[in-house]
Design a protein. Structure first.
Length: 495
């Protein structure tokens, strides 16, 4: 019976609307005078009509600035603040706050009043988490995206993973949760431009608080109350950005200067197709899934998605809470299978793949390993849990991306990369193989060092005889490819 009810709910998914929030808010403040309650909402540092002079009076509303402008049904609660109230210093007009106080009647009109005991800013994400009953299933979310953006499987999935963002990965750098969605031009420029239009449409549907902006301030005029409000959008922990002009798709970094720090630190999600295809492009080197678009992409306005976008946001917030932190040091299976993925592609593509793994390139081993762990977390958010099968899905996606880069990269770019690689590695074939194996081990280690025993074992597994493995290690130390910062610990010399 429960499964049947769940199926019926999916068939007739109820949208999360501003009116729902208003009705719930009104129920919360309809208690008896003298009753202590705790409510959440947006703080408006504006006095209500006919405010008495015995204290400071402000307003609280369950609706965001954007919702206030669009919704016909609104609700306000008068907050009375005096010397006995505990107020957090950092609150501002537009902040999402939690307020505890005593209910009372406002002396004018039919507004309710709360005598504030405590007021403090709380996580904006709570606004969505309290409506977890409105979240979408995995199938519903996938269906909404695939019925809006018509692209291949990998592109549709990458869009979903980017929206869900990546968990914190201990041992993978101090990045935020933002995923960099990058998609590069193959043969047809039109494909990338149509994908950009689709991403702009998706971005336009998001709440204003989840759009990365330089200016956070907005204004609203409530004719019924006879008040105008100026307030900031609340500080969401994660916002999203899509380039707003076609010219941005060709810039070295597809973001304005004010957003560059967010881009580097991944404190926002960047959905940015590219009209250039270079292995050094920052959206490639920092992109969790640097796709190459070889097929036409199309989109159409989706009325169901537009109606359910608040449910999508609630789903994103719930998924972020469900898979919040990963530890790279505990992902041994991922490490071994990632190393096997590297070896397989080196055997198939040779020096060209090696060239793409150099520092600053799209498949730089250290970066790709850490970015892959983040993407694995985003996939876990979509699936609802992390499982070993997701590693196969991740490496399958990376194999598809690798094959496409190798096949679509212009010949002149391939020649340039091979020349760079030859300068880096020199003429010694033994040194080339040894450095290549060492780079894989170093990139997937937790502290950036490799023990002598680990390196010798990897050389033997790669086909070296035991005595030749020892000779190769000493040769790399002697010729300056490796050094030993601590006894028994090795590191690669960066050229």
């Amino acid at each position: 019976m429960e499964e049947l009810l769940a199926l019926l709910r999916e068939e007739h998914r109820e949208p999360l609307t501003p009116e729902t929030r208003v009705r719930d808010f009104l129920r919360e403040i309809q208690g008896r005078n003298g009753e202590e309650v705790e409510v959440e909402g947006f703080l408006l540092l504006r006095q209500p009509p006919n405010a008495p002079r015995d204290a400071v009076y402000y307003l609280l509303t369950p609706l965001s600035p954007e919702e206030l402008k669009k919704s016909k049904l609104r609700a306000y609660l008068v907050l009375r603040i005096d010397e006995a109230s505990s107020i957090e210093d950092s609150v501002y007009s537009g902040a999402y706050v939690r307020v505890r106080g005593i209910l009372d009647a406002y002396p004018y009109g039919n507004l309710r009043l709360l005598r504030v005991i405590e007021l403090k800013e709380t996580s904006y994400e709570n606004r969505w988490l309290r409506y977890e009953g409105y979240t979408l299933s995995r199938g519903e979310l996938e269906s909404l995206i695939s019925s809006t953006v018509y692209a291949n499987y990998e592109t549709e999935r990458a869009i979903i993973y980017s929206l869900l963002s990546a968990p914190t990965v201990i041992g993978a750098g101090n990045w935020g949760e933002g995923v960099t969605f990058s998609a590069f031009k193959g043969e047809r420029e039109r494909s990338v431009l149509s994908l950009w239009e689709a991403l702009k449409y998706l971005h336009s549907l998001l709440p204003e608080e989840l759009k990365l902006r330089r200016d956070r301030w907005t204004e609203f005029d409530d004719e019924f109350l006879g008040l105008d409000f100026r307030f900031a959008r609340p500080r969401a922990k994660l916002a999203y950005y899509v380039p707003h002009t076609r010219a941005m798709l060709k810039r070295p970094r597809p973001v304005p200067k004010w957003a560059e720090e967010h881009f580097r630190e991944k404190s926002a999600g960047f959905l940015s197709p590219r009209l250039v295809m270079k292995p050094e492009d920052e959206t490639a080197t920092l992109g969790e899934a640097p796709l190459v678009i070889t097929e036409d992409v199309a989109y159409e306005r989706n009325r169901e998605l537009e109606e359910l976008i608040p449910n999508v946001v609630a789903t994103i917030m719930a998924a972020r809470r469900r898979v919040g932190v990963l530890n790279l040091g505990e992902m041994e299976d991922y490490r071994y299978r990632f190393e096997a993925f590297l070896m397989r592609n080196r055997n198939e593509y040779g020096e060209l793949f090696d060239a793409l793994t150099l520092s600053g390139k799209v498949f730089n081993v250290g970066l790709r390993y850490r970015l892959g762990a983040r993407l694995l977390g985003a996939m876990g958010r979509f699936e609802g849990k992390l499982g070993r099968g997701l590693i196969s899905d991740l490496l399958g996606l990376y194999q598809e991306i690798t094959d496409t880069w190798i096949n679509e990269l212009p010949d002149r770019e391939k020649l340039r990369l091979l020349r760079e690689y030859e300068r880096y590695i020199g003429n010694s074939r033994v040194a080339e193989i040894g450095v290549r194996i060492f780079e894989d081990l170093e990139a997937t280690s937790i502290d950036g060092t490799v023990t002598r025993e680990e390196f010798l074992k990897a050389l033997i597994e790669a086909g070296f005889r035991r005595e030749h493995a020892g000779e190769t290690l000493e040769k790399l130390l002697r010729e300056g490819y490796l050094y030993e910062p601590f006894p028994g610990k090795l590191k690669l010399v960066r050229w």
